[in-house]
Design a protein. Structure first.
Length: 329
């Protein structure tokens, strides 16, 4: 990943600028050797131009990184969108179930919210979003590829992130059993057979060895449950005026390079594992996700403004969708 975005991020800092020392806590499943941490080094170099000199800390446990940020031991943090909900409900909703069906919709969404016109949505309390990186669609990995309908999901055990209310609601909705996991152990539970299914992006397939859990009978449903992203969250008052907007614009500018990285990760999945849904099931599942998404909005979990934006972008891409023709959501 680093080689893909280095040229877009690295710039030289003016020698005369007085730099503010800040700490950037970075969640990367592979720690200091991971691609996200490598990207953060490039971001660190770019931030010098904006008057900030970052000290980087690598975390393999996302919860600890978030807790350290809350405790003000970090001035900025890189975390998944699902973890970002307490800091900005608007941007966290970009990971809404079924909200982003394609890379093109994700590109448009990040472009729109990274614009200066959307700046008012980027701050919530003392926190500000400093940028959003795409990480690819989230798919359902199953140990038995015969489990390819909602009806067959009833009663099976699904690894479900314990802090992610939308995922818990979705698993309960299909009648499956929630097995609480975190980012450090979900793949292990899938691989050793403790659960029947787990959801993950393509990037998890190779480094987390999820092919071990798939074995000879498993499969991956080629259906986007959601779209994973990583967000930079800042303690707003610790950064120079205008820093957040500069950061968002720069991060948005590397989307196409990140998309190439996602494409590469997806191509590394053995084609034999993909399970394509019949068109009627695809439409049925899309409607099911929409129903759950609206319920979560009504419960105050999802931000209504973000859902409206995502619907507008989906309909711009495919005006024939039922939600567009019937003006749903």
């Amino acid at each position: 990943m680093r080689s893909l975005i280095s040229a877009a991020l690295i710039v030289a800092a003016p020698m005369t600028m007085a730099l503010e020392k800040r700490t950037f806590c970075v969640y990367d499943p592979l720690g200091a050797n991971g691609s996200l941490f490598g990207m953060s080094k490039d971001y660190q170099a770019t931030a010098l131009e904006w008057g900030v000199d970052f000290h980087l800390r690598a975390y393999t446990d996302e919860k600890i990184a978030v807790d350290d940020f809350k405790a003000e031991q970090c001035d900025a943090v890189l975390m998944t969108g699902a973890r970002a909900r307490p800091f900005n409900a608007f941007t966290a909703t970009i990971e809404a179930i079924g909200g982003v069906p394609s890379n093109s919709v994700m590109r448009s969404a990040i472009g729109a919210i990274s614009s200066p016109k959307a700046a008012k949505y980027m701050t919530q309390g003392k926190y500000e979003v400093g940028g959003i990186l795409p990480a690819g669609p989230i798919y359902l990995f199953v140990r038995d590829r015969a489990l390819d309908t909602v009806e067959e999901m009833s009663g099976i055990k699904i690894a479900t992130f314990e802090y992610d209310q939308p995922s818990i609601k979705m698993v309960n909705h299909v009648g499956a059993s929630v097995v609480p996991v975190n980012s450090a152990n979900f793949a292990g539970k899938f691989n050793n057979g403790s659960v029947d299914a787990a959801y993950a992006p393509a990037v998890a397939y190779k480094p987390l060895e999820m092919y071990k859990g798939l074995g000879t009978k498993g499969g991956i449903l080629r259906f986007n449950l959601a779209y994973l992203d990583f967000q930079i969250i800042l303690h707003k008052d610790r950064f120079p005026e205008g820093y957040g907007q500069k950061s968002r614009s720069k991060i948005a500018s590397v989307f196409d390079r990140m998309a190439e990285y996602i494409k590469k990760d997806t191509a590394e999945i053995d084609e034999k594992y993909w399970v394509d849904l019949p068109e009627p099931d695809y439409e049925r599942y899309t409607e099911m996700l929409r129903s759950v998404r609206i319920g979560l909005r009504d419960e105050g979990v999802y931000d209504g403004n973000m859902l409206k934006l995502l619907r507008k972008l989906r309909c711009a891409e495919d005006p024939a969708k039922a939600e567009c023709v019937e003006k749903l959501e």
